[in-house]
Design a protein around this ligand. Structure first.
Ligand SMILES: C[S@@+](CC[C@H](N)C(=O)[O-])C[C@H]1O[C@@H](n2cnc3c(N)ncnc32)[C@H](O)[C@@H]1O
Length: 268
């Protein structure tokens, strides 16, 4: 493979502000795929940027000012449950479409889904989006650890600042889940609404992740509506899809249906 061409394409893709903080590993992999598919020049650039928009950018309604958010964070009371902190978290959760649609169920979602294993001692939140800012609504043990990963460096920087400010034992790291499954053990891994997104890059990713995740439990979820809010019958479709993915596994599954999300707590 011509890696010089791929590196040049990475530089072109990341020259645009919208893509400049995405983990370069992911941009390189997509660039190599575009070149391997016979694309070059503008069509190659367009193809990589379109894919990045589809799997990441489409969830943001507008550009997020993480520097301002990180600054505002420093003025909050150092109490995760103080009204100002909750308001800050809700404002941040609202900027990402995936967490925004969890807001109507935020009071019950984590408490209900994690009740069988609460209080939770360690979490690995894969393709986290802004979900770590939902910590105040999670049934966590004291000193619980929280690892989070996604593709946006600036978003992860703000999440890391949040962990640090509230003295949470948290780490926010970039990842490309298609290329690598994080190996670190946690009591529970969150794979929230990310399977359909990751499957747009690799149809075999879900089985691989579910098998390789190093946790006693996995909280997997699927959206009840499409991003545009139109498609009907999605919960039934994703329910069938999920059970097909875990067929043959002797895993215990608790199922939870919410207005905006369908969730499964898998115990390995
Ligand atoms: C549907 S959102 C889910 C976000 C979060 N889990 C939640 O439920 O709110 C999908 C997330 O996957 C992330 N993502 C896309 N491709 C990825 C990859 N290759 N590796 C890791 N994360 C990825 C996106 O940036 C986005 O935050």
């Amino acid at each position: 493979m011509d890696n010089t061409g791929a590196q040049a394409l990475v530089a072109q893709v990341m020259a645009h502000p919208k893509y400049k903080t995405i983990t370069p590993d992911l941009v390189l992999r997509l660039s190599q795929e575009a070149i391997a598919a016979g694309l070059s020049g503008k069509p190659a650039l367009k193809s990589v940027r379109n894919k990045l928009h589809q799997v990441g950018g489409a969830y943001f309604k507008k550009k997020v000012d993480y520097a301002t958010a990180t600054f505002a964070l420093q003025n909050l009371p150092q109490d995760l449950h103080a009204p100002q902190t909750l308001e800050f978290c809700l404002d941040m959760l609202r900027v990402h479409a995936s967490t925004a649609e969890r807001l109507p169920i935020i009071e019950t979602f984590f408490h209900t889904c994690l009740a069988p294993i609460a209080p939770v001692t360690s979490i690995n939140d894969l393709a986290c989006g802004l979900n770590p800012l939902a910590v105040p609504w999670m049934p966590l043990a004291q000193n619980a650890t929280y690892h989070a990963c996604d593709i946006y460096g600036d978003m992860l920087g703000m999440i890391q600042a949040f962990f640090t400010y509230f003295n949470l034992a948290g780490q926010a790291m970039p990842c490309d889940l298609i290329a690598h499954t994080p190996g670190e053990y946690s009591q529970v891994t969150f794979l929230l609404k990310s399977i359909p997104c990751l499957e747009q890059m690799d149809k075999t990713i879900a089985v691989r992740l579910l098998e390789q995740i190093n946790s006693d439990h996995i909280l997997v979820s699927f959206p009840a509506h499409s991003l545009g809010g139109r498609k009907k019958g999605m919960p039934a479709f994703y329910r069938d899809h999920f059970y097909a993915l875990i067929s043959g596994q002797a895993w215990t599954v608790y199922e939870f249906t919410f207005a905006t999300e369908l969730a499964f707590l898998v115990s390995k």
